[in-house]
Ligand binder design. Sequence first.
Ligand code: IMP
Ligand code: MG
Length: 188
Amino acid sequence: MSAAKENRVRILIPQEDLERRVAEIAAEVERDYAESDRLVCVGVLKGSVFFMVDLLKRLNLPVAIDFFQTSSYGSNTTAGEVRIRKDLDLSIRGKDVLLIEDIVDTGWTLRTILDLLRFRGARSVKLCALLDKAAAREVDIHIDYRGFEIEPLFVVGYGLDFDERYRNLPYIGVMEAEDSAAAPPSPS
Ligand code: IMP
Ligand code: MG
């Protein structure tokens, strides 16, 4: 039985829509960075991986890649509680950094990472996020390249997980849990 059937994932953004939008964003990024010889694409593990790979495969530019991993204490993240669990390997001083994220929810994670990238002396920092839960935002974040705005629902697939599952679904879905024990976290 597929993960989707077993756990009732309703498709919110089908695979074809993701592919089309990713291609559009890649074209925009390629145009905007055509003159840069120092682009570093930074992904936030693990959620951004599927989006990042698909995007970068379509990017005809010289590019370095690197990753952050963050975690936050408790379910209600606040600014001081976002921790860097895995830092970048590369120096980004003087580089053009494109930060790639799966989803911007409250914005706290991104706020922390964007501040850090700027503090480390990147020449430019832009944000590319596949999904934007704008209604859940708690801190102001400018998204330079945005895939889709979605309602403040808990979504899975294409990198996004519920308890480390569903990341490999090729679409974005909304979990419809059968009973309360299996209910996904309520949207923030
Ligand atoms: P923020 O700091 O509240 O913006 O949270 C961002 C992180 O929370 C994302 O990078 C995801 O890892 C996670 N997240 C937020 N909303 C969802 C969701 O609907 N499904 C799965 N993960 C989510
Ligand atoms: Mg994430």
